[in-house]
Design a protein around this ligand. Structure first.
Ligand code: ASP
Length: 442
């Protein structure tokens, strides 16, 4: 059995955290490959090393570049030195910092700059554990156009991992065909962990962070929400899309191709079970719903036309107006003589009049109404398929909480119900739904 373990920035922000991570790794010999992030925040106002690197790189250009860069670099050096000293590990990053300084002044690339956070943390981690260090630039490959090259990476990485029983592979970056360093988007170490798990066909991909799993609802809205024990990839995708941010969205795909489960764990509470993210399961979720999430900032465009139902191609013409203006739509509930299109307000705002006139031109409707400042709430759960009355409970809870429902959309997969409410009712709606399913457990 082998496990790939990825540790997030908050788990590696200080020597104290590093020690916890070391204990976790050593507690289980099956934990064979470690993917570290760069040191994150030690306290809420702290700055992540990745962000320090971005600003140091920006300082390394223009007037007084060397001096400005050196000042910023000192802060970064201090972060790593604090970890090295606290661990008492014998490793020197002096040569690395010299090279990084030269490369920054040559302005070799922003991605290179950001990647050094993981690179240096990986070196410390390898020295601390006494494990091999594998530079991700050698094993994580991107196409020339910047897209991740999954097939090539898997071939190279699979072979390389066979040479190391235990190894540290820094997260977040890889390289382009010409050797230039390229990173994933922010939070991308999650993706590296998933890629490594796929390449060694791990039995589990453990993703260690600072919460005890994926929570049923956003803790900024619900005080101490319950963690989810088991969630399917599909459910997580729905919730991530609506704002759950425990795992990078793209981290699911590599492990999914091999059916490897992901276990989200808490470095500060390793005894907690955490959340299992799996392809499918017969484990019933504790509640009818698995999670509730949502986003503010939508607008609805309501289009009316008598006899719309009989006009073939009406919907296509309306959507063409959005497509021509480069606007993607979120939801599109419809009636016999109306259809409503939900879009992101910030995307739509500056194209509003072009879209409206394009709809008039293409589809010739009787009337168009726009409503702004709407929020969408997604109630997600594989259990909803077999439970009767879920929608009824949601809407009576919302009615009791005095929330006016503006839109309802349920996909035929019955995995989620999407509800449109006013932005101002957003928190109340989430609380009402959480209360009825989780606190009252009905
Ligand atoms: N260090 C990078 C970031 O802050 C990547 C990661 O932590 O996953 O986004």
């Amino acid at each position: 059995m082998s496990k790939v373990v990825k540790f997030g920035g908050s788990s590696l922000a200080s020597a104290e955290q590093f020690k916890k991570v070391g204990d976790i790794i050593k507690a289980d010999r099956e934990r064979r490959y470690v993917v570290p992030s760069a040191p994150g925040k030690r306290f809420s106002d702290d700055i992540k090393v990745t962000d320090m690197l971005y600003s140091c790189y920006a300082a390394a250009a223009g007037e007084d570049a060397e001096k400005k860069m050196a000042a910023e670099m000192d802060g970064i050096k201090a972060r790593y030195q604090e970890i090295i000293d606290g661990l008492g590990v014998k490793v020197s990053l002096a040569d690395d910092f010299e090279k990084i300084g030269e490369d920054f002044l040559k302005q070799v690339g922003k991605d290179y700059a950001a990647s050094r956070g993981e690179y240096l943390n990986g070196k410390i981690m390898a020295a601390y554990l006494g494990w091999d260090f594998i530079d991700s630039a050698e094993v994580i490959k991107f196409h020339e156009n910047g897209e991740f090259d999954a097939a090539k990476t898997n071939d190279i990485l699979k072979e390389r991992l066979k040479e190391s029983v235990h190894a540290v592979i820094p997260g977040f970056y890889g390289s382009l065909p010409d050797g230039t360093i390229k990173t994933f988007s922010r939070g991308g170490s999650d993706i590296t962990g998933s890629i490594v798990a796929r390449a060694c066909k791990a039995d589990v991909y453990e993703n260690w962070t600072d919460v005890s799993g994926v929570l049923v609802a956003d803790p900024r809205i619900i005080e101490n929400p319950e963690p989810i024990e088991t969630i399917t990839y599909k459910e997580l995708r729905e919730l991530s899309y609506m704002g759950f941010s425990v795992l990078h969205e793209d981290a699911i795909f590599p492990v999914r191709t091999e059916g490897i489960p992901i276990n989200i764990k808490n470095t500060n509470a390793p005894q907690d079970k955490g959340t299992w993210i799996v392809e499918s399961t017969c484990q019933k979720s504790k509640y009818v719903i698995t999670g509730v999430a949502g986003k503010k900032g939508f607008c609805s465009i309501n289009i009316e036309k008598d006899m719309m139902n009989g006009e073939i191609g009406f919907g296509r013409k309306v959507l063409q107006a959005f497509e021509d203006n480069g606007i993607s739509f979120e939801h599109m509930p419809s009636g016999i003589d109306t259809m409503t299109v939900f879009v992101h307000q910030d995307e739509f705002l500056h194209k509003e009049q072009q879209v409206v006139s394009a709809i008039h031109r293409m589809a010739n409707p009787d009337n168009i109404d726009i409503e702004a400042d709407l929020a969408l709430v997604a109630v997600v759960g594989r259990g909803m398929k077999s439970a009767r009355g879920t929608a009824g409970r949601i809407f009576s809870a919302l009615a009791h909480a005095n929330v006016n429902v503006k839109m309802i959309d349920q996909g035929s997969s019955e995995l989620n119900i999407i509800i449109g409410v006013a932005n101002d009712d957003f928190d109340t709606a989430i609380k009402a739904i959480y209360d009825i399913f989780v606190l009252s457990r009905i």
